[in-house]
Design a binder for this molecule. Structure first.
Ligand code: NDP
Ligand code: MG
Length: 337
């Protein structure tokens, strides 16, 4: 069995004795900083001087420092900025102010695994990667539950890197759900692969392809939306609670039979070959290289694809139907995003 750490394996006194800095106050950063504060840890938020998040962090009762000042004060620094600008923030503001014995923590292995961030030998490089979006991390903590996380140590300059990382994970509320030991390589490559092939790319295209097939065949877009998008959640909830077998036990015999005969026709040899291709681009670094080029170029392709996807019929039909569901806390992309 893989190694999983729980609350009893964490040093909560150590967590409360360290000076902890969270750089960034976005999706992950706001959850880390607030959870650490509520766990009784000494935490500061680090932001650039013109950051629009300064007011937000201060309104949430947190102290904000510049990245430079915060680095001088810190025993532990967690990077919660987007992955692409992270290496610039490290080289410009963190590295020149870094004390020996500091623990650098990451919520995703991207920059370390691909070699974009390297640190002196007397510094730790470790990872605590919560397995879910930042807003859920905060919500789970507030309701007294936890979110699983991954821990990895790339460089152990203090000989305390894992103990510090686990203490941090306790502070953000991951220890009661379980902290699985991994490596930067495994976390980075499986995370990128999962979001591309299954969780984001795979599911979005599967839903759209099903919707388009029905609409092109003359069925009502509303019926296609309910079938291909809305019901996805009901099936995913069953998967989440009991795995594939429990989902198949809960659905009708006809649906179960359809699952077995149709699934491999939809996700056949071509899709599996495409998945292997994605994985190899992730492993050899070509995905990372292309994404950094795209992003540093102003993300023209990403912006064009985003606009195209937002204008898709499934989005307009869905918005109308969700508006009619009083039980739904309807979510929308904030204007300007
Ligand atoms: P966000 O995009 O939400 O981070 C935004 C924050 O970073 C803001 O406070 C922003 O400041 C700050 N920021 C952006 N650019 C700079 C800059 N150049 N200098 C200083 N601060 C900057 O990031 P996420 O929370 O999505 O991701 C953080 C890390 O967590 C990443 O490594 C990601 O891979 C990882 N992760 C994310 C998950 C998620 O749920 N989103 C899940 C698991 C891991 P301002 O407010 O001024 O714009
Ligand atoms: Mg992920």
């Amino acid at each position: 069995m893989a190694k999983v750490y729980y609350t009893q394996d964490t040093n909560t006194e150590l967590a409360k004795s360290l000076n902890i800095v969270v750089i960034g106050y976005g999706s992950q950063g706001h959850a880390h900083a607030q959870n650490l504060k509520d766990s009784g840890c000494e935490v500061r938020v680090a932001l650039h001087p013109t950051s629009k998040s300064i007011a937000k962090a201060e309104a949430d009762g947190l102290t904000v420092l510049s990245v430079e000042e915060a680095t001088k004060w810190a025993d532990v620094i967690m990077f919660c900025t987007p992955d692409v600008p992270m290496r610039g923030i490290y080289s410009d503001a963190v590295a020149p102010n870094l004390k020996p014995g500091t623990t650098l923590l990451f919520a995703h292995g991207f920059n370390v695994h691909y070699g974009f961030i390297q640190a002196p030998e007397n510094v730790d490089i470790a990872m605590i990667a919560p397995k879910g979006p930042g807003h859920r991390l905060r919500a789970e903590y507030v309701r007294g539950a936890g979110m699983p996380a991954l821990v990895a140590v790339q460089q152990d300059g203090t000989r305390q890197a894992k103990e510090r990382a686990l203490a941090y994970a306790w502070g953000i509320g991951c220890a009661q759900a379980g902290i699985l030991e991994t490596t930067f390589k495994e976390e980075t490559e499986t995370d990128l692969f999962g979001e591309q092939a299954v969780l984001c790319g795979g599911i979005s295209e599967l839903i759209k392809a099903g919707f388009e097939t029905l609409v092109e065949a003359g069925y009502q877009p509303e019926a296609a939306y309910f079938e291909c998008l809305h019901e996805t959640k009901l099936i995913v909830d069953l998967l989440y609670e009991g795995g594939l077998s429990y989902m198949r036990y809960s659905i009708s015999d006809t649906a179960e039979w359809g699952d077995y005969v149709a699934g491999r026709q939809v996700i056949g040899a071509e899709s599996r070959a495409a998945m292997k291709g994605l994985l190899s681009d992730i492993q050899d670094g070509s995905f990372a290289k292309k994404w950094i080029e795209e992003s540093e170029n102003g993300a023209p392709t990403m912006k064009a694809r985003r606009a195209e996807e937002r204008a898709h019929q499934i989005e307009t039909v869905g918005k109308e139907l969700r508006g009619m569901m009083p039980f739904l806390a309807v979510k929308e992309v904030p204007s300007g995003s």
